[in-house]
Design a protein around this ligand. Structure first.
Ligand code: UGB
Length: 601
């Protein structure tokens, strides 16, 4: 390779030397070194291509937002937040059942989008977050759990439709996560999802900026390179648009696009009911929410009202909610409602269900570029210098700003135990959160919440069909200074049931007794009438086969969690938990064909 410049390089060089882009400082220290110049130009061309409207557009937007930030412009000026209207569902109620039934009819029209470009610095885990086990009883990773859920929805929809249904999944990765995501999926053959149903979209980082003029920061150890930083999960919309996926999905007759985040082991439980709400209310966008604790790192959905009567129902991010509430209304800030102890605003968990046609049309009209923001950490009150380079960021939940007034934006509030337990915090922060009465959101608590969720769902479905479900009382167990309740460890794989309505079909009037020390893993088509479990029981049923549990009594030493024996040499996924699974003994059944009745004589 010679040092002669190609046409795009020459063009970028001219742009760089010109006043409009204002980046000549990058060239200055390396201009005599042709090789270094070429390298710099290559990096800038990459950044130019990756950003909608190119580098000039990025710099122009950055200058505007940095000027506004310096001037202290309030992005919510003129808006007063009100509590929005939405559907609040009581899981297990008749109304909830109706929404689930309606939502299950929608499953055949669902498409899924996972945002998994975040590295999880807060979690202190070096790997990709979707490669973490969601629970350690079966070791199922988040990636596998999500895909198995989509496959279970697909199997359900195929049966219901009487024809093959294929549900697509798009995953947004980033420079930080792409290679390891590809490796994980390849190693496990996409966990059974056919390749033609899977699309990976890699988001690029954006140039980091070192001052209010939006000068790009050179790399500290290499002036021929530029510093870049993540642009935020809002990139998912521009990427979907550039891949033309939503437009293709609409052409294929698909109805809904469901977005979800990287570590929430409970989220798919809520999908049928939430689809039901979207369908009934004809929501162009429907955010799943949970009751929110004041101060929690979860955005609040607000109805932002203007003097002229217009309003916008949208997430206000957790770092902006308190200042906004201190300036408006009763000026109390992000405080608790005295009646509920929760924030008055529903907590956004960034599970967004879009109506596919309106989503695709809006993407075509706007390219999906959601408004950005900048959050520089200034050195002092003059706001002239930054502590470290900043960048523009964007969030996926900002999409309502691109919609028309006629597009209905709403939310569906569900109990937290049912749909939300994320894993975001390192051990130290999680312990501090637990002390402060906030959800710890650690690997340990995320795992325990999955078991508790499964137990509660069995109880609700059981009650509806006249089955008595008795679960051992949970006890408080502390690992790595995080105290949490631990009851029986129940894992209901997606193939067992895709909703409470589906679970009702699997339980028959009888009695299910599961002691607190027990482990129960159910996979596949299993009907349960009478079960008495004190120990570990694993039932795996292959597709097409069936098990009937009728009068089965299992008692064995079971499986237990014990503190990590050799913490220093243990896998990092275990180190950040502080415990490991000790398999003493278990009763295991694997049924590959036909129907088998499992009972104790
Ligand atoms: N992500 C990307 O794919 N690319 C990026 O550049 C950045 C992130 P975080 P945070 O439900 O708990 C969100 O960092 O700040 C992916 C909502 O904004 O976990 O905790 C990343 O991989 C907040 O309103 O987000 O805040 C992950 O899957 C609330 O809903 C996802 O984006 C909160 O999550 C979120 O990234 C919550």
């Amino acid at each position: 390779m010679g040092n002669k410049l190609s046409a795009p390089e020459q063009q970028m060089l001219e742009q760089l030397e010109g006043d409009k882009l204002g980046q000549a400082h990058l060239l200055e220290p390396i201009k005599e070194d042709k090789k270094a110049v070429k390298k710099l130009l290559a990096e800038l061309i990459k950044a130019d291509k990756a950003y909608p409207g190119g580098l000039q557009n990025y710099i122009d937007r950055a200058r505007k937002l940095l000027a506004e930030s310096k001037a202290g412009v309030n992005p919510f000026e003129g808006y007063v937040p009100e509590i929005p209207e939405g559907e609040k569902l009581d899981v297990g109620s008749a109304e909830f059942a109706d929404f689930e039934k309606l939502g299950m009819e929608q499953l055949e029209g669902a498409c899924f989008v996972l945002v998994a470009g975040g590295l999880g610095e807060r979690l202190g885990y070096p790997g990709i977050k979707i490669g973490l086990p969601a629970e350690t009883t079966t070791g199922m990773t988040y990636a596998e759990l999500y895909i198995k859920y989509i496959l279970a929805f697909q199997a359900y929809a195929t049966k219901k439709a009487g024809k093959p249904v294929k549900l697509p999944l798009a995953i947004m990765t980033s420079e930080d996560t792409h290679a390891r995501t590809v490796e994980l999926l390849k190693k496990h053959k996409n966990f059974g999802l056919p390749a033609d149903q899977l699309t990976l979209m890699k988001q690029e980082k954006v140039p980091a900026l070192m001052d209010n003029e939006a000068k790009i920061a050179p790399k500290e150890d290499d002036p021929s390179g530029i510093q870049t930083k993540p642009h935020g999960h809002g990139d998912v919309h521009t990427l979907l648009n550039s891949h033309g996926l939503p437009q293709k999905w609409v052409k294929e007759g698909r109805k809904w696009v469901v977005f979800f985040q990287d570590t929430n082991g409970l989220i798919f439980r809520s999908v049928p009911a939430v689809l039901g709400v979207s369908a009934k209310r004809d929501f162009a966008m429907n955010s799943v929410t949970v009751p929110r604790k004041p101060g929690e790192a979860v955005g609040g959905i607000c109805k932002l009202k203007k003097d002229d009567g217009s309003s916008l129902t949208i997430n206000v991010e957790y770092n902006q909610l308190d200042p906004l509430l201190k300036e408006t209304g009763d000026k109390q800030g992000d405080t608790a409602d005295p009646v509920t102890g929760n924030s008055k605003f529903p907590g956004n968990i960034n599970v967004l269900v879009f109506k596919a046609d309106r989503y695709a049309e809006t993407l075509t009209e706007t390219n999906g570029t959601v408004p950005e923001f900048v959050n520089p950490k200034y050195k002092d009150a003059t706001k002239t210098a930054f502590k470290s380079p900043t960048r523009l960021e964007c969030m996926m939940q900002e999409f309502p700003r691109l919609f028309k007034d006629t597009d209905k934006v709403g939310f569906t509030e569900l109990p937290r135990w049912y749909c939300f337990s994320t894993v975001k915090n390192n051990v130290k922060d999680a312990a501090a959160k637990a002390k402060g009465g906030l959800p710890p959101e650690a690997p340990y608590t995320g795992e325990m919440d999955m078991y508790a969720n499964a137990g509660q769902l069995l109880s609700i479905a059981g009650k509806a069909v006249g089955s008595e479900v008795v679960l051992g009382e949970p006890v408080e167990v502390t690992y790595l200074d995080i105290p949490y309740m631990m009851g029986p460890r129940i894992v209901l794989k997606p193939s067992f049931a895709v909703s409470i309505e589906d679970m009702k079909e699997k339980l028959k009037s009888g009695k299910i007794n599961i002691s607190a020390k027990s482990t129960l893993v159910l996979e596949g088509d299993i009907e349960i009438k009478d079960l008495d479990l004190d120990g570990a029981l694993v039932i795996k049923v292959a597709p097409g086969a069936k098990a009937i549990v009728d009068g089965l009594k299992v008692s064995n030493p079971g499986w237990e969690f014990v503190p990590l024996e050799q913490p220093d040499s243990a896998d990092t996924a275990l180190q950040i938990r502080g415990y490991q699974l000790k398999k003493n003994d278990a009763k295991e059944y694997t049924i590959n064909k036909g129907t088998e009745t499992l009972s104790t004589p």
